[in-house]
Design a protein around this ligand. Structure first.
Ligand SMILES: [Zn+2]
Length: 478
């Protein structure tokens, strides 16, 4: 029997406007080699200049994961050659990382809560990217990504299975998004995960030999890679063989991992302090001010939705899973204080359309106040429920206002009292027999009469006023 021991190294690209050591744009994409300069392209003689914002963002990230912040921190060169790294070293932090000793609580279904320790969070620069052109059989280097600030979040080996890792990656993505330091779009490489994994024989104290799986960029790949690797290492150990310490890559199509290179240790990189970049000192006042500016974090928000707004934990979790949606919900509740109605309409109608790709959660074409008015109109039956859904669809498609759409399509229920009275009179006259049954005590036929009236008065009056008028009239006939 073997127990998996798993630790993570998570790389997250920080959302700064410019790169970490020069003024080039840090935005994703762009034509090849249009977002680089002599400094980030590694020309000799250039000098780096630190982007203060990158340090601030890394501290924010550290606070969300309950880290201690080192008030003195400096930079180290990690030496290795690769064509996407023009200086042949990466500026990183080894000896005195910015954030240390953190912890993040995760909740796994069926397992309860577990604390994952964060060993450190350090800052470093991203490398460029190789573009492989199979047609011409060449590889070209694109340095647009080179020098984008990254944080590397290093955990202790506290995970025992893929579910825990999945929960953790989702949790820290949420924390980084709420802190406003990384959008965590894994498909764009903004969050990349390396998994260190070994198996320990039950009862043993010594950790087994680990393999590292590099650069996993979706939750699905992380889960599949871990499950495959546990299986692979189990078979090796059961055959009495030894696991080799190495770096492996995950093959998406085959669902397997394969050897990339033998794993090197830190000393192989010949780290040494970077002589070009001054050490950074951070004052307590600066730390306090960064902490004060932190927004409400997802766990606190979740609690508030459940305790104050009485939402179900499932619905509260759906809302906080995207900060833009959660902010939109909070804004809407401010103008119409019925959290459950707002939440239902967001989850059932708005999120469905977002998931269908009809709109982007970050670019909703109407205000939360307008949305709240629509939900309120539906609640008060000033607009029929189905028409409220249609109105939302038109608001998304046309960008027109609620009033314009409801007016043009005749969705507002006008409460035409004259028509209400005459229609009910007419229906009662046409259904003499049913009315007689009702008066003789067959109260259940009321439903039939009510059905006839609502059908005839759809869009003219609200169901409440129809019901009241019908009851009054039948009362008078008694
Ligand atoms: Zn540059």
């Amino acid at each position: 029997m073997f127990i998996p021991v798993i630790g993570l190294e998570v790389h997250a690209e920080l959302l700064t406007d410019s790169k970490i050591f020069c003024g080039c744009s840090a935005e994703f994409g762009g034509d090849h080699n249009t977002r680089c300069c002599p400094s980030c392209a590694g020309f000799p003689g250039t000098l780096p200049m630190l982007n203060k914002r990158a340090v601030e963002y890394a501290i924010r990230a550290g606070f969300t994961m309950n880290c201690d912040i080192n008030k003195l921190t400096y930079w180290d060169r990690k030496n290795y050659f690769y064509p996407d790294l023009p200086t042949a070293y990466q500026v990183s932090q080894l000896y005195l990382p910015l954030c240390v000793n953190g912890k993040v609580d995760i909740n796994v279904d069926g397992e309860g809560s577990k604390q994952i320790r964060i060993h450190q969070i350090h800052l470093e620069e991203d490398a460029g990217k190789l573009v492989h052109d199979d047609f011409n059989n060449v590889s070209l280097a694109d340095y647009n990504r080179g020098g984008i600030p990254l944080i590397e979040i290093v955990t202790e080996p506290d995970f025992s299975n893929a579910d825990e890792v999945k929960e953790f990656v989702e949790k820290i993505s949420l924390l980084l998004q709420y802190a406003g330091v990384c959008e965590c779009r894994m498909e764009q490489g903004q969050l990349r995960v390396d998994v260190n994994i070994s198996l320990m024989r039950q009862g043993d104290e010594k950790l087994g030999t680990r393999a590292e799986i590099k650069n996993l960029n979706s939750i699905k790949s992380i889960t599949r890679a871990i499950e495959y690797e546990i299986k692979r290492q189990t078979e090796i150990l059961q055959n009495g063989e030894k696991v080799v310490q190495e770096t492996r890559r995950f093959n998406e199509n085959r669902g397997t991992t394969s050897s990339l290179r033998s794993k090197v240790d830190a000393h192989d990189y010949r780290y040494f302090p970077d002589p070009d970049i001054p050490a950074v000192t951070i004052t307590q006042a600066e730390l306090d001010s960064i902490r004060e500016q932190l927004p409400e974090l997802p766990d606190t928000r979740l609690e508030r939705y459940i305790d104050e707004y009485k939402l179900t934990p499932v619905n509260a979790k759906i809302l906080i899973a995207d900060r833009a949606i959660s902010d939109f919900f909070d804004e809407a509740v401010k103008s119409y204080n019925k959290p459950k109605s707002i939440s239902d309409f967001i989850i059932v109608e708005l999120l469905r359309r977002i998931n269908l790709g009809e709109l982007d959660a970050n670019a909703i074409p109407f205000s939360a106040q307008e949305f709240a008015r629509l939900v309120q109109a539906a609640d008060e039956q000033k607009i029929a429920k189905n028409n409220a859904k249609t109105t939302l669809r038109y608001m998304i498609e046309t960008g027109d206002s609620l009033d314009k759409i409801a007016e043009e399509n005749g969705f507002w229920i006008k409460e035409d009292r004259e028509k209400l009275v005459s229609t009910i009179d007419k229906i009662l006259a046409e259904n003499e027999n049913v009315v007689a049954e009702y008066l003789a005590g067959e109260v259940k036929v009321f439903g039939y009469l009510m059905g006839q009236c609502t059908k005839a008065l759809r869009g003219v009056c609200t169901p409440q006023s129809i019901k009241k008028e019908l009851e009054d009239k039948l009362g008078k006939l008694k």
